[in-house]
Design a protein around this ligand. Structure first.
Ligand code: FAD
Length: 310
């Protein structure tokens, strides 16, 4: 059953990336509008202003926020530069409006697949700007084929700009030793289970063993005095982690995706835990919607309800 679910999920993500299907949706206004209704649960809108509006509302409710301009695997220099300009605009606007928050992105959105040096240059440029406004930058973790280069670029950049954080995937076998190498006092680390289908020779699938590894990573990050984001919607796991004595950590917070388990966000915040909501925006919402459905199939029914219900 687990294998079937994994295959279905991989198929949905593959379909989402097919340019012919994406093209069909983009050129078919009625299907575009219907899918957009389903995406509205997870994506704040296509424009930066919509994301900032939701961010400000959530801040007023007592949440911290992360913002992502959706995109990945950008293959032309021009498209990488466009993404970079958008991120610069976002940091500037957050800085000028004093929106306290974190900016998250994929290195493959700003150049990793075009030229490693381009991605590093872009990251350093963002690092300098975000330092000026004390805005944290968080690098997302992508497929295992990119892990090594993402970690290398992160290491180079964080040595200059310490407000840069990194996401680690508990599912990858290599992560335990990466964490031993990398985590140090004040490292900013987000721990996730991992969103990508990986061969079982290099990764764990959803299991008690994976949860155990997640806990060990968390424990290590606490011992090393890191700023830790527990980025999962798994309530049982969150409950266990919150029972740890985490005094040695520089800080511990919970980070959840916008639109997923909102009732859990409210509960945690009301219990007094620091909760960060991860907001997304941009024209690539269709890909993001497919990812959220693929990782949790009941969301397909939710999407149908959202489409029919308007
Ligand atoms: P799971 O074991 O998958 O799910 C546990 C429970 O959470 C489920 O039973 C369900 O109740 C609920 N749940 C999980 N997903 C959904 C959903 N889509 N809709 C509704 N309920 C759901 N992954 C990466 O590989 N790289 C990244 O950089 C990255 N960044 C992330 C940043 C943040 C802030 C978060 C929260 C996640 C990020 N992820 C990233 C995704 C992550 O790896 C998981 O794929 C995702 O969080 C789902 O797994 P889970 O930890 O919630 O636990």
């Amino acid at each position: 059953e687990q294998r079937l679910a994994t295959q279905a999920s991989a198929a949905l993500k593959a379909i989402a990336r097919r340019p012919d299907i994406k093209g069909y949706i983009e050129h078919n206004p009625s299907s575009y509008a219907l899918l957009q209704r389903a995406a509205a649960r997870y994506v704040t809108g296509e424009e930066r202003s919509q994301a900032l509006e939701v961010a400000n509302q959530l801040i007023d409710y007592g949440y911290a926020i992360s913002l992502e301009y959706i995109g990945e695997n950008t293959l032309s220099v021009a498209a990488c530069q466009q993404a970079q300009q958008e991120l610069i605009g976002l940091i500037l606007e957050m800085g000028q409006q004093r929106v306290r928050g974190r900016v998250s992105f994929d290195l493959s959105h700003i150049g990793l697949l075009v030229d490693r040096e381009l991605a590093l240059r872009h990251l350093l440029e963002l690092g300098e700007l975000s330092q000026r406004y004390t805005i944290e930058l968080f690098i997302s973790m992508e497929e295992s084929a990119k892990t090594e280069s993402i970690l290398e670029i992160y290491r180079q950049a964080v040595a200059i700009y310490p407000l840069i954080g990194i996401t680690l995937q508990a599912q990858l076998n290599r992560t335990s030793s990466d964490a031993l190498d990398m985590l140090a006092k004040d490292t900013r680390v987000r721990i996730v289970k991992g969103a990508y289908e990986e061969p079982d020779t290099i990764a764990l699938s959803r299991s008690a063993e994976l949860d155990q590894r997640y806990e060990e990573l968390f424990e290590l990050a606490v011992q090393r005095g890191c700023h830790i984001s527990i980025a999962t919607h798994d309530e049982a796991l969150i409950t266990r982690l919150l029972q740890y004595d985490s005094k040695e950590a520089a800080s511990v917070e919970l980070e959840l995706l916008y639109g997923i388990r909102p009732e859990l966000c409210v509960k945690l915040r009301e219990q007094g835990y620091p909760v960060r909501i991860y907001l997304t925006y941009g024209q690539e919402w269709y890909l993001y919607l497919c990812h959220r459905i693929a990782e949790y199939p009941p969301n397909l029914f939710q999407a149908l309800v959202d489409i029919v219900g308007g």
